[in-house]
Design a binder for this molecule. Sequence first.
Ligand SMILES: [Zn+2]
Length: 53
Amino acid sequence: MLCGICGSTNVSRDAWGEWDVAAQEWLLRTVFDYAHCHSCDAETRLVEAQLKD
Ligand SMILES: [Zn+2]
């Protein structure tokens, strides 16, 4: 996933993490629509891109 504005991969989604007692760690439960680019430091639209090898 890339930032639709600047092309950075330094992006996050708003999400719920659910506590897993047995594993003693947070599991990703739900990912919401809000996307944030840490390079733009603003809300963004994510675009999907293929990794080049
Ligand atoms: Zn950006």
